[in-house]
Design a protein around this ligand. Structure first.
Ligand code: ASP
Length: 442
């Protein structure tokens, strides 16, 4: 019988906890190394994933007409909701304090909070000065800036840039393949890391992880069930319940796959046909938003960084938390829409505030379950954004069922051919219908 990945992960955690309790002495030499190898493989992905996914995300904007006004509204929405999401995460982490009372020490770890740069320095250091140095040192913010510049440059040189665009598409596909392979090792990774945590910290450490888990869930619930619906109602003039109902098939894919990009085609379909958002809006807001607008991921990263800091007894003041809000947007935007990507790019935030990246191993055991919860929130936020941008652009939402019917069989056939040949476009269909009416008048 072939077990699903999340079942294997669950089994990995249970076996890891048991190994940590009963094989306490053997764990450091024989089990912990597997966890360390898994962590190294995860870190290996960060730069290649961020570099290729941000460059391709920017290039995809270039194909869209009406770019200026739609992208300005979309980005205003992405940034505002991203900041709100992270702030909710931080408020909850400060109130609930899921990692308080832990005994972890930062001895021997490289990154400690005193080394966190002041915000002015952060702005200076994100300006890339040598891209190869940044790539090799894993400096993610300069890499993101360079990827954005490169993407914009490739758009502006047009056809000349095609070979590089194809290179990036191929590189991205290959890196996603490697990501799949590494993700398939998660059960072994969580087994070793859970065993290590229990063997070194005792079973009580798991209690903190459970509190952390529920803090993230609470935050996601508040954001998805109250904040986003309110924003949708005010700026999108659309019923959150109706949107939710229309999106159910896409949400049902996003949860178990933990991948917004796996659910992307279905999300487009639900929004175009079920809600009636024009294709020119979904093709930009949803496709770009899938990698850039990740509210669920930003919120979870905010809680996770605070949790790890609390576990190490590191105090992050208001100023550090401001850096978290700023960098969580970049870290979530830099995450590819695939399982585990948010965990990988969290390194950006940890580095920015000087919290040891080794702390990621603390949250790993529950990360896959949280991924299945934060991914639908990413998709939900994106879809709310598409409806809001459509409304602000003055578009009238016209679901498939309310569209004028094409009665003449010949025209109906023509419209089917059109649909096959190109993505669904409500305006184009209305044009065909209009022509049909004129035809019958004569
Ligand atoms: N799995 C998430 C997504 O696809 C990204 C992440 O938070 O890991 O949207």
């Amino acid at each position: 019988m072939k077990l699903k990945l999340h079942t294997k992960i669950f089994v990995g955690i249970v076996l890891g906890v048991l190994a940590g309790v009963f094989l306490k002495d053997l764990t450091p030499s024989f089990i912990t190394p597997f966890g360390q190898i898994f962590m190294r493989l995860l870190k290996l992905l960060v730069i290649p994933v961020v570099f290729t996914s941000v460059t391709l995300g920017i290039i995809s904007i270039g194909d869209t007409k009406h770019l200026g006004s739609i992208s300005a509204k979309a980005f205003a929405y992405f940034i505002t909701t991203g900041f709100i999401a992270t702030s909710i995460g931080l408020i909850l982490a400060n109130t609930i304090k899921p990692g308080a009372g832990s005994v972890l020490t930062t001895n021997g770890l490289h990154t400690i909070v005193e080394k966190a740069p002041p915000i002015s320095e952060l702005f200076i250091t994100i300006a890339p000065q040598n891209i190869f140095e940044s790539l090799s040192k894993g400096e993610i913010l300069p890499v993101i800036i360079f990827a954005i510049l490169l993407g914009v440059a490739l758009i502006s040189i047009g056809d000349k840039g095609k070979p590089i665009v194809s290179f990036f598409e191929a590189a991205f596909a290959a890196i996603m393949k490697i990501t799949d392979w590494i993700i398939s090792l998660t059960p072994i990774g969580v087994f070793a890391l859970s065993a290590n945590t229990v063997a070194t910290l005792g079973i009580s450490s798991l209690l903190s992880v459970v509190t952390y888990f529920f803090t993230v869930i609470l935050g996601l619930f508040i954001h998805a069930a109250f904040v986003l619906p309110l924003i949708l109602k005010i700026f999108g003039n659309y019923s959150p319940v109706a949107l939710f109902r229309n999106l159910l098939p896409a949400l049902a894919v996003a949860g178990p796959t933990a991948s917004s990009s796996a659910a992307l085609p279905l999300t487009m379909e639900c929004l175009n046909k079920g809600v009636g958002v024009p294709n020119k809006i979904t093709s930009f807001v949803v496709s770009v938003g899938t990698t850039i607008d990740m509210n669920g991921t930003a919120l979870y990263q905010g809680v996770a960084v605070m949790f790890i800091a609390q576990m190490y007894g590191i105090h992050l003041d208001f100023f550090h938390q401001l850096i978290i809000v700023l960098t969580a947007f970049l870290a979530s935007a830099g995450a590819a829409a695939v399982p585990g990507a948010g965990l990988v790019t969290m390194v950006i935030i940890l580095n920015a505030v000087g919290v040891p990246i080794e702390g990621l191993s603390l949250i790993l055991p529950v990360d896959r379950i949280l991924d299945s919860c934060r991914t639908p929130v990413n998709l939900w936020s994106n879809s709310c954004g598409a409806v809001i941008v459509a409304n602000l652009e003055g578009e009238k939402l016209q679901p498939e069922t309310e569209k004028p019917q094409i009665l003449h069989p010949e025209l109906k056939e023509k419209s089917c051919d059109l649909k096959k040949a190109m993505p669904y476009d409500s305006e184009r269909e209305l044009e065909v219908v209009g022509k049909g009416r004129d035809f019958f008048k004569h």
